[in-house]
Design a protein around this ligand. Structure first.
Ligand code: SIN
Length: 290
């Protein structure tokens, strides 16, 4: 089948090819450096809502152009994590892993920065240096997970709230690798008290229900004992492992992935010990995530 025959109907400006039945699409024949047309921008937003993660190969973007891409979807100057920042553009986080260098602990299912009150609504990740093999990223659809649950469990989860904290994640171990780590950790604790989010959220664009917990940042479910909370969260997290709900990207240099940070969780595979991996990340958001 040719790529045009495989394209999803309903798009005038984009060639959209599904990546898996439940999540993901590749957008063909587009130069993300030239997306001024409002019709095309609207279709990019539509495709992100529909497919949850979009892949673009063979892109050449300056840092400014990557920021412009993020602006199609939201405000790039919202919640950020603790990655080093680009020297000229502080909204760009530099995700760099060198042989024997720092590791960030992103090899755990998570949605970006749910330890903040208003987490990003999405992310633009652009690859600069990619290991010859390894360093893939996986996304799982948190709406597909919700849809798969029995109705009585959906109803029960809809009444619950969960506590999210960066302390639950790999960030404290990352700080411990840094020279000024103690001070950075103290500041992070002062700036980011634990926050509470409903366990089930509704996507404001699609109206779909989302399982909004993740093993990286969700510490516990309020109102349950630690044992009950751990057991219930472990059951939910196990659903992210189902290949049916996942898309796995094998990066090449100059690939862009854009994901819906409300509707998905992702996992950066840490299987490239002796190789260099460098990506630029621009998260984007709104005043209220939900
Ligand atoms: C992230 O968790 O945002 C980074 C994903 C990656 O490095 O592939």
């Amino acid at each position: 089948m040719s790529k045009l025959e495989n394209a999803v109907p309903g798009y005038k400006h984009l060639v959209v090819e599904p990546y898996t039945p439940n999540i993901g699409a590749t957008i063909r024949d587009i130069d993300l450096a030239k997306i001024g047309d409002e019709g095309l921008r609207a279709e990019l937003r539509k495709a992100l809502a529909e497919f949850q993660v979009l892949f673009f190969r063979k892109q050449t973007l300056t840092p400014e152009q990557q920021i412009e891409v993020a602006k199609v979807f939201g405000d790039p100057d919202k919640a950020k994590a603790f990655f080093p920042r680009h020297e000229k553009h502080s909204v760009i986080e530099v995700l760099e892993a060198r042989p024997a260098g720092h590791r960030y602990g992103t090899d755990q299912w998570h949605a970006d920065i749910t330890f903040s009150a208003n987490p990003p609504t999405g992310t633009v990740l652009y690859s600069h240096v990619i290991p010859q093999a390894g360093g893939d990223t996986l996304w799982a659809s948190a709406t597909a997970v919700y849809d798969s649950l029995p109705r009585h469990l959906q109803l029960y989860l809809e009444e619950l709230e969960a506590v999210h904290s960066f302390e639950h994640s790999g960030w404290p171990q990352y700080f411990a690798q840094l020279e000024e780590g103690d001070a950075i950790y103290r500041q992070a604790r002062a700036d980011h008290l634990p926050v509470v989010h409903p366990v089930i959220q509704t996507h404001p664009i699609t109206g779909k229900k989302i399982v909004y917990v993740n093993p990286n940042f969700t510490d516990r479910i309020k109102g349950l004992s630690r044992q009950q909370s751990d057991a219930l969260l472990a059951f939910i997290f196990a659903q992210f492992q189902r290949p049916e709900f996942q898309a796995r990207l094998r990066w090449e240099e100059n690939t862009v992935a854009i994901w819906d940070n409300r509707a998905t969780v992702h996992y950066a595979t840490a299987d490239y010990d002796n190789q260099h991996r460098l990506l630029h990340r621009v998260t984007f958001g709104e005043d209220r995530t939900f």
